[in-house]
Ligand binder design. Structure first.
Ligand code: FAD
Ligand code: PHB
Length: 388
């Protein structure tokens, strides 16, 4: 098989890239290790930036998001039982959208099926070859048969544990990493959210987050140890640990119920640089990870894809390689700002150390955030998403 761009991974990065390239007449094939149902079963991101919404519109898959997504003008931060509100709308004139990654993925899969662009699910043993030549190749196994895809470019959109980044020769890549000694235990339940807006909670027992998917479906997270065993967390134990972290009003409004999904996510900051190696381009979690506290992971995957799709369109339409040559530098500039913001939110809201000095610094950071319009504006600008 031959295509112009071989895309590894059918997560948000791969699917969005495929859709934007298709819109511009560039052939692409997606190779995904899992089944479509498995990809759709992963409950992850919930908050999307205005620029990500714009990109989904550009890809022609924004209709359901506008109909069903929840526009949020602000966010709430609860510090030791007292809630504060920060209005994005007043501070920046912008808003964010609460619309689940599962729904975005489904919209992108449906959009891809509608235009008949090829995706190979359950593609095994994907392997990248000749990335520094003019004719890179990807080999894989599908339905037990060995296959080969010859292409002009490879887009490595296969997440943190994918095959693309490890295919790069050691020494060509620098990894910057910080691992936090904690995780998020999350549950999804068909219960109404405690509040119309997200509540990020800083509490001596540990961080918590009250989020949602729809007016009848809630998503809650609590900080837990990274070594936590999910089997040790029946639903009741989760609710019993969430409640004391909330303020009185939120506790009063909390409706508990059976979980429909429960998982633990480790917290990590990671950046691989550069993001281009010959004809291989990394995008999304394949190149970088942020802890989820800033709600930036999916949004960064989208911004990488914006830079990469434009660069590829420029290559084919204008015979210019300028965008491809600048891809890594441009993408990394935005990545590092989101890394900084996600790290800051993580360090400010979690119980990370037992040193009372660190606790007092967190309280000072937050007090400054609530009292200074400049600090609140900086926070809001980052949360709603920096411009491309
Ligand atoms: P992925 O979604 O990981 O997709 C990669 C795909 O590649 C997968 O389908 C995988 O099966 C496939 N693949 C892997 N290896 C291979 C292989 N060898 N061959 C073929 N295919 C392969 N982000 C936000 O912006 N806002 C949020 O609110 C937010 N909340 C989050 C909450 C949690 C609990 C978690 C865990 C994450 C959250 N994120 C959030 C982050 C967001 O989910 C990720 O950043 C996003 O999924 C990245 O998309 P991606 O397409 O780059 O990678
Ligand atoms: C979510 O709803 O899953 C969510 C929201 C905000 C975050 C992280 C996750 O910062």
């Amino acid at each position: 098989m031959r295509t112009q761009v071989a895309i590894i991974g059918a997560g948000p990065a791969g699917l969005l890239l495929g859709q934007l390239l298709h819109k511009n007449g560039i052939d692409n094939v997606i190779l995904e290790r899992q089944t479509a149902d498995y990809v759709l079963s992963r409950i992850r991101a919930g908050v999307i930036e205005q620029v990500t919404m714009d990109l989904l519109d550009q890809a022609g898959v924004g209709a359901r998001m506008h109909a069903d997504g929840l526009v949020h003008d602000g966010v709430q931060i609860c510090v030791d039982g007292i809630r504060h509100r920060l209005s994005f709308k007043e501070l920046t004139g912008k808003t964010v959208m609460v619309y689940g990654q599962t729904e975005i993925t489904k919209d992108l899969m449906d959009g891809r099926a509608a235009v008949g662009a090829p995706t190979v699910y359950s593609a095994h043993d994907v392997s990248l070859h000749d990335i520094f030549s003019d004719k890179p190749r990807v080999t894989y196994r599908s339905e037990g048969e060995p296959r080969e895809l010859v292409c002009d470019f490879i887009a490595g959109c296969d997440g943190f544990h994918g095959v693309s980044r490890p295919s790069v020769p050691a020494g060509a890549i620098t990894a910057y990493e910080r691992v936090y000694p904690l995780g998020w235990l999350g549950i999804l339940s068909d219960t109404p959210p405690v509040s119309e807006e997200l509540i990020y909670v800083r509490h001596p027992r540990g961080f918590a987050l009250c989020s949602m998917r729809t007016p009848t479906r809630s998503r809650y997270y609590i900080q837990c140890s990274v070594a936590e065993d999910i089997e040790a967390w029946p639903d009741q134990r989760f609710w019993d640990e969430l409640k004391p972290r909330l303020d009185d009003e939120a506790r009063g409004h909390l409706v508990t119920g059976a979980s429909i999904e429960k998982s633990i996510a480790p917290l990590r900051s990671f950046v691989a640089a550069p993001m281009r190696f010959g004809r291989l381009f990394l995008a999304g979690d394949a190149a970088h990870i942020v802890p989820p506290t800033g709600a930036k992971g999916l949004n960064l995957a989208a911004s990488d894809v914006q830079y990469l799709s434009r660069a590829l369109v420029e290559h084919y339409a204008d015979k210019s390689n300028a965008g491809l040559d600048h891809y890594s530098e441009r993408a990394l500039k935005r990545v590092w700002k989101a890394e900084r913001f996600s790290w800051w939110m993580t360090m400010t809201l979690h119980r990370i150390s037992d040193n009372p000095f660190d606790h007092q610094l967190q309280l000072a950071e937050l007090d400054y955030l609530f009292r200074s319009k400049a600090a609140a504006t900086a926070f809001a600008e980052n949360y709603v998403g920096l411009p491309y």
